[in-house]
Design a protein around this ligand. Structure first.
Ligand code: CA2
Length: 145
């Protein structure tokens, strides 16, 4: 059974309440329900935090406790060397997810500090991106054993 941490960063607790034209109408709780239904034989853990240090602590705690991470680091994607370093230090496979296509938005969203330490990036498919990330992580984990 794959153990997967689905980690969401700042402001993603607001999903479904504002800016539906950018981020969709689906709430973060809806996404968690969709993920659980999509991967019933995986052990999924969910965490959302608006605090960079809490996200780093969760990444550290994942070492030895999880098989992989799905991470939407929100705006920290574009700013956080600390999240990059945390992911590099634990050596767990990580799939980077964004609801919006960050490459089609403002230039400050084009760079990701997560991308160099991720297996890959899924961006622009809304909530579906989390399910695609689960499939990608499962494929990677099965190929690895
Ligand atoms: O597209 C994504 O998933 C992002 O990670 C979302 C971040 C943004 O800073 C990244 O550039 C791309 C922002 C999350 C904020 O979510 C909100 C949802 C509803 C209302 C307000 C903010």
């Amino acid at each position: 059974m794959a153990r997967i941490l689905i980690l969401n960063g700042p402001n993603l607790n607001l999903l479904g309440t504002r800016q539906p034209e950018v981020y969709g109408a689906t709430t973060l709780q809806d996404i968690e329900i969709m993920c659980t239904a999509h991967a019933p034989s995986s052990a999924l853990a969910f965490l959302q935090s608006n605090h960079e240090g809490a996200l780093i602590d969760a990444i550290h705690a994942a070492k030895g406790a999880q098989d992989g991470i799905i991470l939407n680091a929100g705006a920290y994607t574009h700013t956080s060397v600390a999240l990059h370093d945390a992911l590099a230090s634990i050596e767990l496979p990580c799939v980077e997810v964004h609801l919006s296509n960050i490459h089609a938005r403002e230039s400050f969203r084009h760079h990701s500090y997560i991308a160099p330490v991720a297996l890959g990036q899924i961006a622009g498919f809304g909530a579906l991106g989390y399910l695609l990330a689960l499939d990608a992580l499962h494929a990677h984990l099965h190929a690895a054993v």
